[in-house]
Design a binder for this molecule. Structure first.
Ligand code: SAM
Length: 170
């Protein structure tokens, strides 16, 4: 899973703090796990919006399916398949990608592909939000999202986490 425990409710809330739920029609979540962040997103979704989760772990996939939430689509596929999987459900653009993928332990070729494809599917005002336990990934994110990255921090998590907000410009 890439961590010791699921995200705390403090981190989960901070991950979604900057989402404008009044405007977000399509949100993608990468690596929802047992749904620590997912549940907070679902609670705030506007009635016509949808959340599409990408999870590769069989157990987590079934746990999320069992929620049977009408606005939740759970896809059992790796995050770099985002474009083809969205195409299958006739979606080309998304407003937010919320990721808790363990990017630093995913092979570079795949993690770079995940970032590149995320950038491509975000609409022109879209944001990629990712937490990490250190700042080592900052430059990699900067290669894709350039200067439009802001940082947040949540102490109340095990371990404490940095939150990157990477806004697509133009
Ligand atoms: C650190 S856990 C985060 C779980 C939960 N979102 C949280 O914050 O507590 C990472 C999750 O990413 C999933 N994962 C890892 N690689 C993935 C990939 N390439 N595509 C989709 N999910 C992946 C793992 O199965 C795991 O559920």
């Amino acid at each position: 899973m890439g961590t010791i425990t699921p995200s705390s409710r403090f981190l989960s809330k901070k991950m979604i703090r900057k989402i404008d739920f009044t405007k977000a029609a399509v949100i993608v979540e990468f690596g929802p796990g047992n749904g620590a962040i997912t549940k907070h997103i679902l609670k705030n979704l506007s009635p016509k919006a949808i959340l599409i989760c990408f999870e590769i772990n069989d157990n987590f996939y079934h746990q999320l399916k069992a929620l049977k939430h009408p606005q939740l689509i759970v896809v059992k596929a790796s995050a770099e398949k985002i474009e083809e999987e969205l195409k299958k459900i006739n979606i080309t653009k998304v407003n937010y990608v919320i990721s808790s993928l363990p990017l630093t332990i995913i092979p570079d070729m795949i993690s770079n592909e995940i970032l590149r494809k995320s950038y491509q599917v975000l609409d022109c005002q879209g944001t990629f939000i990712q937490y990490q336990y250190s700042l080592t990934y900052y430059n990699t994110l900067k290669n894709v999202f350039r200067e439009s990255i802001s940082l947040d921090f949540q102490m109340l998590n095990l371990p404490p986490a940095f939150i990157y907000h990477c806004k697509k410009v133009g």
